[in-house]
Design a protein around this ligand. Sequence first.
Ligand SMILES: Cc1ncc(COP(=O)(O)O)c(C=O)c1O
Length: 397
Amino acid sequence: MISQRAQNLQPSATLKVTGRAKELKREGKSIVSLSAGEPDFKTPKYICDAAIEAINGGQHGYTMNPGTPELREAICAKLKRDNGLDYDPSQIICSNGAKQSVGFALLALVNPGDEVIIPAPYWVSYPEMTRLAEGTSVTIRTSFENDFKLTPAELEEAITDKTRVLILCSPSNPTGSCYSAKDLEGLAEVLRKYPDVMVISDEIYEYIVFDGDHVSILNVAPDLKDRVVVVNGFSKGFAMTGWRLGYLAAEESIVKAVSKIQSQETSAPSTISQAAGTAAYNHDLSEVHAMREEFKKRRDFMVDSLNSIEGVSCFTPGGAFYVFPDISSYLGSKKADGSVIETSTDLCLYLLDEFGLAVVPGDAFGEPNGLRMSYAASIADLEEAMNRFKKGLASIS
Ligand SMILES: Cc1ncc(COP(=O)(O)O)c(C=O)c1O
């Protein structure tokens, strides 16, 4: 008998498209996929070398539950160097990825029935992790006009006496939108009025910011430090998705609570990956910046291509590797056989079945008028994808 908890959990809505894409590929169809949530680069060599050295040097045992002192010290040095934030290693806990850090932070902060504010479009895991923590998701639909950034007025309207956590994600998955210092100052102003509301600040795409510097809410509101859990990791900036390494930085009592949960669920992340992560942060960021510049070229190509299509509009995202165009003018269109495309999921399945293009419907992220395209792919693939997208849209009326 399967538990109610597991039954209530929604499988990832993105799987519908990616599963179908894999099936079609197996059947020998030509598929271009812009559905990936991971960089198409390899991990830099100096990081791989550190891992090999750890293996050959006999680092084969468990580490301390919150992570090795070396890695936590490297994380503190990085938080100072890149973010101007002061943390002590006792305020850091390493995990098997930012996903685990967000999930365990919610388990540590949320009581049954507490509300968690999640701006939409959101990363698909936030509402389901909230459900696992027995909290209630309060999603706020942000607007295309404001580049999908939560406004102070929208935040204040959503806060109730049950609100426990606000989740912020900048740069955002799925939109690539980035909060500016001014945006964050506005949100901080509201948060100061509600001292019981905590913030989980997911900064996993920090190194993929194209215009100016990444800004954390703690840069503009250091007075909120005890109420902010900063989540980050190595997957995106260093192309290390498969290494499974992330962390959170927070006030010590939160770190202790997360550590208790982690000690019973997973223990520390892989010793080898921790050695790799230490090398990543103790090195200069030239290779990270080279990957960012490559992503920037692709972003510019995608935004220009999308905005040249009749009825599609796309703002220029400041970071990550996603674009999230508004395709609402195509909803309600008819295919050649007369059937109607009602939703972004219908549109994405049509593009996949008839044109071999895999992109993720906005429905999966709580925004029915958009879809997500990942540009973690070569320019040649992006050109081919855009050709298919244009042909697909031109075929419906
Ligand atoms: C917004 C966001 N947070 C967290 C994660 C998870 O990262 P990790 O690989 O470190 O678990 C992802 C991965 O897709 C993401 O998009």
